[in-house]
Design a protein around this ligand. Sequence first.
Ligand SMILES: Nc1ncnc2c1ncn2[C@@H]1O[C@H](COP(=O)(O)OP(=O)(O)OP(=O)(O)O)[C@@H](O)[C@H]1O
Length: 474
Amino acid sequence: MSKYERDPEFKKTSILDDYEIKWNRSLGTGVSGPVRLCIHRATGKEYALKLLLDRSDRKKAEIEATLHWRCSGGDHIVRIVDIYRNEIQQPGELSPKKRILLVMELMEGKELFDYISKRHHFTEHEASKYILQIVRGVQFCHRLNIAHRDIKPENLLLLKPASNPEDVVIKLSDFGFAKVDNGDLKTPQFTPYYVAPQVLEAQKRQKESLSGYKHRTPYYYDKSCDIWSIGVIMYIMLCGYPPFYSEVPHQALSNRMKQKIMSADFDFPENDWKAVTDEAKDLIRKMLCVEPSERLSIEEVLHHPWLAQNASPNRDLNSPYLISDKDALVEVQGAHAKLLQNFRRDDTGFYLKPLGQAKNPVLASRMKKQEEKKESGGAGNESEPSSSKAVQSLKSLMDVCNMPPPPPSLSSESSLSSSFLSESVKNALVLNEHNASLLKALEQESWNGNEFIHQVNCKRLASSLQELIEQLEP
Ligand SMILES: Nc1ncnc2c1ncn2[C@@H]1O[C@H](COP(=O)(O)OP(=O)(O)OP(=O)(O)O)[C@@H](O)[C@H]1O
């Protein structure tokens, strides 16, 4: 019996007895803060350490640790080797905090699409090998009745062999949104772009029931939303752009995009898809199927000919080029104006570099609006109650945090966005100056009253703002 078939032991002894934590070696940062490098004292082996706040009022960290642990026996799941429950102080903190510490196998943090964009030759055959690994990871979770619910490129970590790049190993990580699927998952939880229709429907229904509307039958969503996400990832892998675009880049998920997702309104533009096999398109259609009961199960995906027959062609795909190349994407935009018209990426999930290389019009127009507001001496409609204006200003700040980062090559745009972020914080503070939670969240991001001293973790700030808005809104 593998140790992962038993529930995990949350060790109470100090992690520092067993591991040396390299506090200055961040492997990547998410909502829960940086994942650090640590070294097993007895063997000298390197691991990744994720630190989760262990809040007594919420079981979130414990659930993430437990579900990730249960899936850790899978070949395509990042393995947890140890879990500790310790009070530990990170550098820069005033006092120790209760934490759950996940010691994981060390992966190469590179993101899947970033890796693909650097490949000179990338074929449908190779894409099928990558998708197969993702499917195997998800299959492992689903067999344990666990839905991951946040399958996106940043949560697919890589191990690269020195020899053949085709042998890259892909593993699924970050079980922060995972749940045991009893067929009654109804917390609307998603990341835009990879969100399945039934998640949106669940969200709509939850809103309706909060406003008193009663549904005759409860609406549920389940593991099948993971299949939808794999469908979106496969689509992008084969052509270089996503099947659904948002028309409003700064908005988390526009109504238009929601409509498109809920009606599975996508196609395979001939120019980019003519070299792709019908089997691949057939599989995508069956994964991006609106009705969850008609969508393939993970076992059916595995048995689909595109994966089962291992016969996809070795022809080069354009996707790496389109994912990374500005000119190519401009061509795509022209050729598929219908699909791309007015749509832009809005998710920080992964970044289609070329789209952001135009001088960010959203940023510019938002700055202009803020300027106009300042000049007119107000924060908007005077008849609005000040509390709703305060919430609105927090929402605007959250929108800014959720905007995609500029590409590293555009340092000027980067400084523009950080000064815009500071301006947005100041605007929010005018109406929320006594909000202790806001001040705390800003301090955590090194806000000195005028600007951020260090790199801001926009995802984490957006998530704190979301919590705050939920508390303030009736
Ligand atoms: N086992 C690992 N080995 C190497 N790097 C890792 C490992 N686990 C996580 N990372 C790095 O840390 C980043 C954040 O990890 P993770 O996604 O688990 O954190 P999170 O706080 O839950 O993030 P998110 O904001 O996506 O919810 C990853 O994108 C990756 O770059």
